[in-house]
Design a protein around this ligand. Structure first.
Ligand code: AMP
Ligand code: ZN
Ligand code: FE
Ligand code: FE
Length: 273
């Protein structure tokens, strides 16, 4: 079993990088990647934690890129370097600007959230999931998904757009760091499968290296179709759960939608050099 898509408390997960690596070892996993949103801040801790364990640690990141419709997420897997990056600094500057606007909207409506309330929840990237958790803990909503569907998604009262980078820039950033650019959870895209395949053809033509065909949000029949497509294309095929700890308790580390293991087959050998 492996897991090439997980979040630590450096973004919107609840475990530390060390706890993630320890959990992977307890579950006898072969490999784990940490792919926090827009940050590499947890990777040194992950590398150190894996040093004395029988688990391969794959340094990663998940970048949101500009796309319509929906959201497009790109995994960078197998990062070789992750020192200070102007690209990530800019992304996080834009995040902060957006987050301050959301706070303002909430304050106007009488929800007394502060930036400090958000900082308390993470050691790294602050995102909408942290607003959602705050709303749950102060009783404004019953669940994170209710916070999103009634307040935080597009068209709802606390939605604010966030300036993201282009797909081309994300690919460039990932390749410059010696890593592979993978389309995360392609089935999250709100388009039909034929349109998705056209998009995948295009993305592969401009430098995307692979597809996350195995993901806890993807149904088995769609996984099969993605596997068939990716095999025909000869691109990399990866698998991950998108584990977020207690923030998404229905997702289990190393597991697919039906809780079968993410198999070692979906760890490309390219990541092991
Ligand atoms: P942000 O990047 O700060 O705009 O927040 C986006 C993140 O919120 C995504 O990466 C998801 O992890 C999470 N998210 C988006 N929509 C939902 C939803 N409907 N329910 C739960 N989490 C969501
Ligand atoms: Zn997340
Ligand atoms: Fe994602
Ligand atoms: Fe993710």
């Amino acid at each position: 079993m492996i897991d090439l898509h997980t979040h630590s408390y450096f973004s919107d997960g609840t475990l530390s990088p060390s706890e993630l690596v320890e959990k992977a070892e307890r579950l006898s996993m072969k490999a784990i990647a940490i792919t926090d949103h827009d940050t590499t801040a947890g990777l040194n801790e992950g590398v150190t934690a894996a040093q004395d364990k029988n688990v391969i640690f794959i340094p990663g990141i998940e970048l949101s890129v500009t796309h319509k419709p929906g959201e497009l997420h790109i995994l960078g897997l197998g990062l070789k370097t992750w020192e200070n990056s102007p690209v990530l600094d800019k992304i996080n500057y834009n995040r902060k600007t957006r987050n301050l606007k959301i706070i303002e909207l909430m304050n106007i409506q009488g929800l007394n959230i502060t930036y400090g309330d958000l900082e308390k929840q993470t050691k790294g990237t602050i995102g909408r999931p942290h607003f959602a958790s705050w709303m749950v803990s102060y009783g404004y909503v019953k669940s994170i998904s209710e916070a999103f569907s009634n307040y935080l998604t597009w068209g709802k009262p606390f939605y604010q757009p966030r300036e993201t980078i282009s797909l081309e820039k994300a690919i460039d950033f990932i390749h410059s760091a010696g890593a592979y650019a993978i389309i995360a959870h392609p089935l999250n895209m709100p388009v039909n499968f034929t349109v998705l395949l056209e998009k995948l053809n295009y993305w592969l033509s401009i430098g995307i290296d692979g597809i996350e065909a195995i993901h806890s949000g993807t149904k088995r029949n769609m996984t099969k179709r993605l596997l068939k497509y990716s095999t025909e294309k000869g691109c990399l095929i990866t698998g991950g759960s998108d584990f977020h700890g207690k923030n998404k308790p229905q997702i289990k580390l190393g597991k697919t939608k039906k809780f079968g293991p993410v198999l070692d087959d979906y760890l490309p050998k390219e990541f092991l050099t």
